[in-house]
Design a protein around this ligand. Structure first.
Ligand SMILES: [Zn+2]
Length: 270
């Protein structure tokens, strides 16, 4: 288990999850053991964005996430791919990207929703992975430039994003264009694994989820959450992180609208 240190974190002075001001510790959101395995000093200055402040109880609670030996092997070496390691990896990806997003003020959910979810995860027994979130993964042989000259970008209407306007029945009926802190997805490449976490979306019609998976496949990713009965092969492949990070957006301008709710698509077409 990672050693829990009581050193100050430069940019924050309260626990990221509960706001406690005392008894703060450095949380290595990406665990120190992983950096160490890659021969990287986890306290390096340029890795500060992977660290945050947590109170001692929350540091202890989150450290349990990283105590999954076979999953860490998978991240480091690309093996083993089993039902257990993929379930662990999908769950890990959700919480790690939620912590990273909250620490940076971005993320697939707003600050309040992120905090509420983390609080439930680490303070109660209601520890399930959040409903509707999808995680895509690949095993990487090499990081490359995008395969297509125009990197595909699909706009998504995210549940919980106040830019998506709802009618009285709660169905998406419009969209307000403005800047916001919410991202459609969070991507991370670590060791031999690339992960893309996508927030819960409003449906664009029949086969919405299948078409989401097909979009992810365009950049080399397969779904690991929710996990299918037949395990994805995750055949090792080259990956462009540029393409992965641009695949899904909440800003419809210039993006492919086929994964947006019909009402919003119709508003956008002349
Ligand atoms: Zn706390």
């Amino acid at each position: 288990m990672d050693e829990i240190r009581r050193a100050p974190v430069a940019s924050s002075s309260e626990c990221l999850i509960c706001g406690a001001l005392d008894d703060l510790t450095v949380e290595h959101i990406v665990p120190q053991t992983l950096w160490n395995r890659f021969g990287i000093d986890p306290d390096r200055e340029d890795l500060a964005r992977f660290r945050t402040a947590l109170c001692y109880p929350h540091n202890k609670a989150t450290s349990v996430l990283h105590e999954r030996t076979e999953m860490m092997e998978l991240i480091e070496t690309g093996d083993p791919v089993t039902r257990k390691t993929l379930l662990h990896l999908g769950d890990w990806a959700v919480w790690v990207t939620l912590l990273l997003g909250l620490a940076r003020g971005t993320g697939v959910l707003g600050t309040d929703a992120s905090r509420t979810m983390l609080f439930r995860r680490f303070d109660t027994d209601q520890a399930g992975t959040p409903k509707g979130v999808r995680v895509y993964a690949a095993r990487v042989t090499e990081y490359v430039e995008p395969a297509e000259p125009h990197v595909p970008s699909y706009a998504l209407a995210l549940r919980g994003d106040s830019r998506v306007l709802l009618d009285q029945a709660g169905k998406p009926c419009g969209f307000s264009v403005r800047e916001g802190p919410i991202n459609a997805s969070e991507s991370i490449g670590l060791g031999k694994v690339v992960l893309l976490v996508v927030g819960e979306t409003y449906s664009s019609g029949p086969d919405h989820l299948i078409r989401l998976d097909q979009a992810a496949a365009r950049v080399g990713l397969q779904r690991i959450l929710p996990l299918s009965n037949s395990l994805p092969a995750l055949k090792p492949t080259t990956i462009s992180m540029t393409a992965v990070s641009k695949l899904f957006t909440v800003v419809p301008l210039g993006a492919d609208l086929s994964l947006m709710p019909r009402a919003i698509q119709e508003l956008a077409s002349p």
